[in-house]
Design a protein around this ligand. Structure first.
Ligand code: AOF
Ligand code: ZN
Length: 356
């Protein structure tokens, strides 16, 4: 058993906090944070801030004041993920650690990515660095869960989200738009949009709700919009085909639909047949989408649940009793893992343990 002190845990928690600052900007890379400590004092901090750009370790070293640079040779690097040892979009962090002669590294969890997966630790140890791994590992794994799904299941991490009434109804009958959840819930759902690489809906929802499908109520970016419409042709006038963020229109017609603005890419899913959802996920993974937020409608959400192709679900249950009849909301086949009150709504959070 590797021994860790309370100070070790404190510095690793700081790494986790730093890592989270990259939410919404690094996927399909993982969120990673790093802290450099010399004699109990933090002399450098960094996190992975944008996909394809500098890693946490690089930013941490770059943040060290010139006067503290000689101290690197007697410092400990805390990092929430095993340092990479491969040339990707950036050079290996193991090279940096070795060339800066940082003698000690503490890691929370191993990077499951091909080419790394324990090799980063090996390379460092072979170079004489003392590496201790496994500190607050559960929390570390939690931070990289989307990355793990992306590299191991070779599909985006799937987040489901919908609103329902207390009686479990998603929408009134008859294709009318009806707002169920409150303002706090809406703010949180826009945070989920910001953290995702794509928002996905079905053609029915696109027609009924005509959503803009962007992030308006939280800071940060808006993700790619994706609409799957195997049965119905969608008119170019719909809101989701406009706005600043691009749209992927996954249709099933033989002809490429026409008349769309330049931000719209039409992709035929005709050959997918009954395997539509897995084919959509494969398409998205090929486009470097690491996290997808599926927002409805019921048919699409049920399809993900039936196939077990989901990772977490956020269900906003409002006290609305106004709608008595309508479309039943999906049912999740696992117990709720967290329940919160959010304004007048109840938030039910689920995890698909099978998919982990
Ligand atoms: C780290 N520190 O902060 C992050 C890592 O294409 P690249 O250069 O961005 O490298 C991708 C690899 O780096 C891949 O294994 C990914 O999991 C890891 N991300 N590694 O040492 C970091 N973000
Ligand atoms: Zn790296």
């Amino acid at each position: 058993m590797i021994e860790f002190s309370q100070d070790d845990a404190l510095f690793m928690r700081r790494c986790f906090d730093l890592a989270r600052l990259g939410a919404g900007r690094v996927s399909p890379n993982p969120m990673v944070g790093a802290v450099l400590v010399y004699q109990g004092r933090i002399i450098g901090e960094g996190f992975h801030a944008a996909y394809g750009q500098a890693h946490a370790e690089v930013n941490a070293v770059a943040s060290v004041a010139p006067a503290d640079l000689p101290a690197l040779r007697e410092s400990t690097l805390y990092v929430s993920l095993e340092p990479c040892c491969v040339y990707g979009k950036t050079p290996p962090c193991t090279n940096l650690i070795l060339s800066r002669q940082i003698p000690k590294v503490v890691v929370s969890c191993i990077d499951p990515s091909p080419g790394v997966n324990g090799k980063g630790v090996e390379v460092l140890r072979a170079g004489g660095v003392e590496v201790r791994s496994g500190l607050l590992q559960k929390e570390g794994e939690e931070l990289i869960r989307a990355r793990r799904t992306f590299v191991q299941a070779k599909r985006p991490y799937v987040v489901l989200k919908w609103a329902e009434t207390q009686q479990g109804i998603m929408a009134p009958s008859g294709n009318v738009r009806y707002w169920i959840s409150g303002a706090y819930s809406r703010r949180l759902t826009h945070r989920l949009r910001m953290e995702a690489d794509a928002i996905l809906i079905g053609g029915g929802t696109a027609l009924t709700d005509d959503p803009e499908l962007n992030n308006r109520y939280y800071f940060g970016k808006s993700p790619l919009k994706v609409v799957i419409s195997p049965n119905t042709e969608l008119p170019p006038s719909l809101n989701l085909f406009h706005g600043e963020t691009p749209t992927l229109y996954m249709h099933s017609s033989k002809r490429t639909p026409g008349g769309f603005p330049p931000g719209v890419t039409c992709v035929s899913m005709e050959e997918a047949g009954d395997e539509l959802i897995p084919a959509v996920l494969a398409q998205l993974a090929a486009r470097n989408i690491g996290i997808v937020l599926a927002e409805g409608g019921g048919q699409i959400l049920n399809a993900f649940i039936r196939l077990g192709l989901w990772d977490e679900a956020w269900v906003f249950q409002s006290k609305t009793t106004f709608i008595r009849e309508g479309l039943p909301a999906p049912r999740i086949p696992v117990p709720c893992t967290r329940e919160e009150t959010l304004g007048g709504d109840r938030l039910l959070y689920y995890r698909n343990q099978v998919a982990q």
